[in-house]
Design a protein around this ligand. Structure first.
Ligand code: APR
Length: 228
């Protein structure tokens, strides 16, 4: 059985990473237009760098939770038959042990050079405009996909959706496309679809089945059912 799992901020919530659209979510204190668009970066690069620098630094204070661990356990059991597509820019899936992970919205621990288009592993702050390790230009930006930009790896994702027997969406509000449309694509290609989220998502009615509660409980339970 081919399984595609889509994850969003809700899977990392119990690790202490804030979601975007819940009360106390990241967008409560920041306007998207001020930090998560190419225009914002043109207008006020230092503010944008500080926003992502703070989130990158916070990664070292959080750990994967039982939901991330359950997906790693599932990969151990089914190998290549599982693909995790994440909208998250944290590294908690990898730290839990998952290896088949596509970061469609990029990664905090990567820098993208606007000069040479190179990508580089990155741990430090960027608000001091460090030189690119590849070409030396001071053109580094966070390697994340901003509003108005095209998500990464869409070809591979849609191929996987086409082949999927089961599509599971975990911890995402279903507010942001194209990820919000994966459920309909998977359904159209013939997959069964399941939502695991704290509350019904905006697209909950598109799923064959929905279970609502914290990911740290629902995901291990679902993986147990599947492997049992
Ligand atoms: N367990 C499961 N689900 C949870 C939990 C939890 N413990 N806590 C919160 N949730 C749910 C919320 O109810 C909400 O439906 O997770 C969802 C998080 O939604 P968003 O904050 O909108 O995050 P996400 O769907 O990942 O956002 C998509 O939007 O802002 C952009 O690029 C950003 O990748 C992000 C994209």
């Amino acid at each position: 059985m081919n399984i595609v799992v889509l994850t969003g901020a809700g899977i990392s919530a119990e690790s202490g990473v804030p979601t975007f659209r819940d009360a106390d979510g990241l967008w409560e204190g920041h306007s998207v237009e001020d930090v998560a668009t190419p225009e914002a970066f043109e207008r006020q690069p230092t503010t944008v760098h500080r926003f992502y620098d703070a989130r990158r630094a916070a990664l070292s204070t959080v750990e994967p939770n039982p939901a991330h661990q359950a997906l790693a356990r599932l990969e151990d059991a089914v190998g290549d038959d599982l693909l995790v597509v994440t909208q998250n820019i944290d590294d908690l899936h990898e730290r839990a042990g998952s290896t088949r992970v596509l970061h469609m919205h990029g990664e905090l621990l990567s820098a993208l050079c606007r000069g040479c288009q190179g990508r580089f592993p990155w741990q430090d702050a960027m608000d001091d405009f460090p030189p690119c390790p590849g070409c030396g230009a001071t053109e580094l930006r966070p390697d994340v996909v901003w509003f108005g930009e095209v998500p990464y790896q869409l070809d591979r994702i849609f191929l996987a959706l086409e082949r999927a027997d089961l599509f599971v969406s975990i911890g995402t509000s279903g507010a942001v496309y194209p990820a919000a449309g994966f459920v309909q694509a998977a359904s159209a290609y013939g997959a069964r679809t399941l939502e695991l989220n704290l509350v019904p998502s905006e697209g909950t009615h598109f799923f064959d089945e929905a279970r609502h509660g914290p990911a740290g409980r629902l995901v291990p339970g679902w993986v147990d059912d599947l492997l049992g």
